[in-house]
Design a protein around this ligand. Sequence first.
Ligand SMILES: *[C@@H]1O[C@H](CO)[C@@H](O)[C@H](O)[C@H]1NC(C)=O
Length: 270
Amino acid sequence: MLLTLQAAFTLFQITISGAVIDTFNNQEPLIQPYNALDCPIDIPLSCSNKTEVENSCCFEYPSGIFLQAQFWDARPSVGPKDMFTMHGVWPDRCDGSYDQFCRLFSPIKSARAILEQFGENQLLDEMDRVWKNIRGNDDYLWVHEFNKHGTCMNTLKPSCYDQGNYRENQNVVDFYKRSMQLFKTLPTYQWLAQSGIVPSNSKLYTREEIESSLEEHFGHPVFVSCRGNMLQEVWYFYKLHGSIVAGDFVPIDTVRASRCPSKGVRYLPK
Ligand SMILES: *[C@@H]1O[C@H](CO)[C@@H](O)[C@H](O)[C@H]1NC(C)=O
């Protein structure tokens, strides 16, 4: 199992990370397999342990609930017309409260500069398309997301990486990579459309219609948020099995209750 994981991870790195290409020149992998790959398979799910978990590089604590938040920005309209855009991946504590701007590691100034440095051009192209700031400066939003939320993910600490081979900001790259991977598994627009819920200037939806369509696809109740009566965000909840980099996000029910009106919800076209 360990081998399979390791092989899958290596493959993933070679496919996605331009930085790893350097490894072929000096034979030695530039980025060693992440220590978290050595995590025991029977590590408990985050926020579900009955006893202390020693290796915190394998276990997210104290923030073990994760949300993948997506925007529907119709006024003003931002991003592809048939897609909810990426807001971020946030860690919550097990009781639903949350930490932010943690000091586990240093804040960054430009996500774009770091991703360019690592040769992550494909990832950057994807982020440019779907990780949009309604105020226009996407890098500003990406930086904010890492500094506010990413810094509270303890398995992303530089000390969780193989020190001989850790390249500064690899954890930052991993944060964006894993966030985008998770986002891509959640095609909110298509899920709603399959239930006949499509953007409209005139049609009104009930909150329940929207919630049950998304629950059907995600397998668990999700959180929908509105601005006034306009649908504005969808949040999907997870616990984590293992580390951010190599672990599995396991879907759970929303831990928050929606405050969207129960009837007359607008889902406006972009
Ligand atoms: C779960 O693990 C964390 C980290 O080791 C520990 O601090 C916490 O007390 C554990 N929770 C329970 C209920 O034992």
